[in-house]
Design a protein around this ligand. Sequence first.
Ligand code: PLP
Length: 367
Amino acid sequence: MSAIQIPLSASMEITRRASELNRQGKEVFTLSIGDTHFSPPAPVREKMNHLPQAYSHYTSGDGIPELRKLVADHYGNYEAAQVIVVPGLKQGLFYLMTVIEAQRVLVLEPAWLGYETIISICGKTPVSVNMKKSDWKEQIANTHFDIVLVCNPNNPDGRLFSEEELEFIRRQAEKQNAWIISDEIYDRYIYSGDTPSMQSIDNYSKLVRCAGLSKSHAMTGFRIGFLLSRDTILMRNLSAINQNTATCTPAISQYLALEFENSLPEVQTFRDYYAENLKETLKIFPEWEAFKPQGGFYFFVDLSIYGISDAEKFSSELLENAFVAIVPGSAYGKGFDSWVRISISLDREKLTKALLLLKSFINQYKP
Ligand code: PLP
């Protein structure tokens, strides 16, 4: 028997090639990864200097009670028992795809490349709808699914779902008795001033809210994710799978995560910085106004506006010749071969340099 083939993450692969070029002494601009350039907020950094020894042991599998309570209160209408702390949301999504007995998982594309891989590894079937098509509602209404993944704001295109759109998705899920998995990992990066209204779905019994500190608190390496659900059977099963695979989320990370709320004012400054990056990007590429994200920290751009149809070829040539790493759109779903994802979560000076390099590369590019 041979091992199963698990596809490598496209963005990781590009980042690997970018690091290789870096090692060869090239100055590479990495606009391909989903990480912030900030250090964790001061309350977290301060606490890191005074870590008690007690946090070198296992914790309760579901997470330390103070943290679960903090998260439950923060999201409102939840109790501590309805929160489980997981070692990163990616792992949390694996748990969900493992314990929910269902086959067809609806992915709203363009979608984070992790979804399809996780769904497939867990033996489920991804079914997709192209959200860039004007008939996406009709497509959803005509698709059979048991779970729908809603990323809000969405990676890669920064789409923020309106209350009316969420209400529509909820009605469709209800009709099919399907689960809604609401991925809110980018919820601190919203540029319109609004927070997504969860009112229309938050009382849905088969809802799982997913969050974490990776993006908001610049803590990707600490591996802190949260799953919130009012379904007691689901929570029991999530608890069992977490206990049997990870035992618990690293104790030190959980302890630092207790600074979650104290850090929010600094988290707001991260958002403001990227809001400024967004404006700077539009100064260099005014034609990207049509692709302006409402949230997250990426631009998802259709290069066909420049007559470029093969974004994979373009991205690879851009990296090899101009040393700028971006991710081709094919990683985010079917029908996005001419699109690319460009991360703006960088130091502004670096970002500006990289965007100017990209601009001159596009100007001289002959497809
Ligand atoms: N969900 C989305 C949409 C993401 O972009 C990511 C990471 O890139 C994750 C979930 C996983 O986050 P983590 O495992 O770092 O908590």
